[in-house]
Design a protein around this ligand. Sequence first.
Ligand code: SAM
Length: 211
Amino acid sequence: MSDALPAGVEHREIDGTERLATRGEPVYGEPRDGEWRAWNPNRSKLGAMLELEMDTSLAGEETVLYLGAASGTTVSHVADFSGPTYAVEFAPRPARDLLEAAESRPRLFPLLADARKPETYAHVVESNVDMLVQDVATRGQARVACENARFLADDGRLLLAVKARSEDVTREPSDVFADVREELESAYDVLETRRLDDYHTDHLGIVARPR
Ligand code: SAM
């Protein structure tokens, strides 16, 4: 298992199984051990990227902009070990649950906004964030990442989960991933890619830095 986990993320034995875990209030019925709660990589692309030992550069305490927060499953773990964490979600129903996850997390800032319109939250999100984490699972995933590159510090990182079927259900995932990578390269240098299929079918994890 990875030694390169950020501070505040550990592999711990919970319910008799070694699991990725962070410290915080429970959000999705996850197993717990005291203040530690299991981070399920089958429900989290970023969790899967960490389990697969991708070099995310996460050290802990970073400023994070998270796009596609849904009801807060993954971003709640991120906020457990990060600095200010801005969580963008455009669907009102999951955003309500996200607000609940934020109640016990003073550094988690939910934003009901469309990630394709970064100008609508540019006045709230600080510039030069360390990490842009994206899991929007809609068509145009590369474009969203490129449009939000403006928020990243020069030495920041994009941690992107790409769902092939959200781009085109009829195409081979590897062809979709090649196109996404090409489009991303207008704004980023891609540092690492890894199929996440062990945890998420037809998903690709990408680590990139802004050009
Ligand atoms: N990242 C979440 C997690 O691991 O807990 C799961 C995210 S789910 C796969 C994708 C989410 O992205 C959905 O909740 C969807 O509403 C949201 N989404 C899709 N397009 C979006 C956009 N343009 N702006 C904001 N949210 C978006």
